[in-house]
Design a protein around this ligand. Structure first.
Ligand code: HEC
Length: 122
């Protein structure tokens, strides 16, 4: 059962990588972070307090949590941040935390394509 879920996730990751060309951190990714993540993931927010993940800048995003990176450039399947927005890690810690239904699949695809394309500061 678990391997089936992982395999399905892999298919999604692989197809999304081709779906969007040239995703930009500044014009595509940051607006999603700003609208859906920052209220908890900036200093003082509860996501920041719990995990240490500050998403206010590219540098702090790439630094990750107090335990390490959440983005693996070029590998959206293994990136913890992508696993969480897809609810792949654990349903109880799907991100954005407590947002019913989560991000739209279009927004998830944008994040995935950006990571697949190397998670650049572009
Ligand atoms: C309502 C508050 C809230 C919002 C909004 C939110 N988060 Fe979180 N986030 C949390 C909390 C709380 C934790 C700590 C969860 C835990 O460790 O149990 C966390 C932890 C994380 C982690 C680290 C998990 C780990 O491995 O320790 C990542 C990555 C993350 N969030 C990504 C995001 C992204 C991406 C968004 C926006 C799409 C987002 N979060 C929006 C509250 C939030």
């Amino acid at each position: 059962m678990k391997s089936k879920v992982l395999f399905f996730g892999f298919i999604l990751a692989a197809s999304a990588a081709h779906a969007e060309q040239g995703v930009s951190y500044k014009s595509d990714v940051y607006p999603i972070i700003h609208d859906y993540c920052l209220n908890c993931h900036e200093p003082g927010g509860k996501g920041y307090e719990a995990s240490g993940l500050d998403m206010t800048s590219y540098a702090s995003l790439m630094k990750g949590t107090k335990y390490g990176a959440v983005i693996k450039p070029g590998d959206s399947f293994s990136s913890v941040l992508i696993q969480l927005v897809e609810g792949r890690a654990h349903p109880a810690i799907k991100m954005p935390f407590e947002l019913k239904g989560g991000l739209s699949s279009r927004k998830i695809d944008t994040l995935k394509s950006w990571v697949a394309q190397g998670a650049k500061d572009n």
